[in-house]
Design a protein. Structure first.
Length: 150
């Protein structure tokens, strides 16, 4: 599929478009993702930076990740909706937060990361691959999720 995917923040001040069709999706159950989503896990949608077009201004906040990389988190400065992240280890790609898309009906995790930290009441589909933490080379692992999502 090559349709553009659209999304944005809750108040509408920031909008985005992802070109090139549907990218892969994974669920992360680490404590940082639990905090940023205010839920049991976060849905991450990795895409090449050049596939993303942003309309509106975003604010940023930075934190160190478990791998030692710096993660820059982009959000709407007006309503606070988390929109996407970028890692200092792979500046050529960003990770969009799954709930920020307008249509989320296509979103289904192709894998689960950090299941060692998942909430005990979360039940995972046994047919979806899991990782106790995260793959050692997260960038290479993301590249292997599906064909040419970049």
């Amino acid at each position: 599929m090559s349709e553009a995917l659209t999304g944005g923040c809750q108040c509408g001040a920031v909008r985005f478009t992802v070109s090139g069709g549907r990218p892969p999706v994974y669920a992360c159950h680490c404590r940082e993702c639990q905090k940023q989503s205010a839920s049991a896990f976060a849905l991450s949608v990795p895409v090449a930076r050049d596939r993303l077009t942003i309309e509106g201004e975003t604010a940023t906040w930075q934190r160190l990740s478990a791998s030692g990389a710096t993660t820059t988190c982009h959000f709407c400065p007006r309503c606070g909706t988390r929109l996407y992240h970028e890692s200092s280890r792979s500046p050529e790609r960003i990770t969009i937060k799954g709930g920020a898309f307008d249509d989320t009906s296509w979103i289904a995790p192709q894998a689960h990361l950090w299941v060692s930290r998942k909430q005990p009441w979360v039940m995972l589909d046994p047919d979806v691959p899991t990782h106790d933490t995260q793959p050692e080379d997260l960038s290479a692992w993301r590249d292997g999720l599906v064909g040419d999502w970049r």
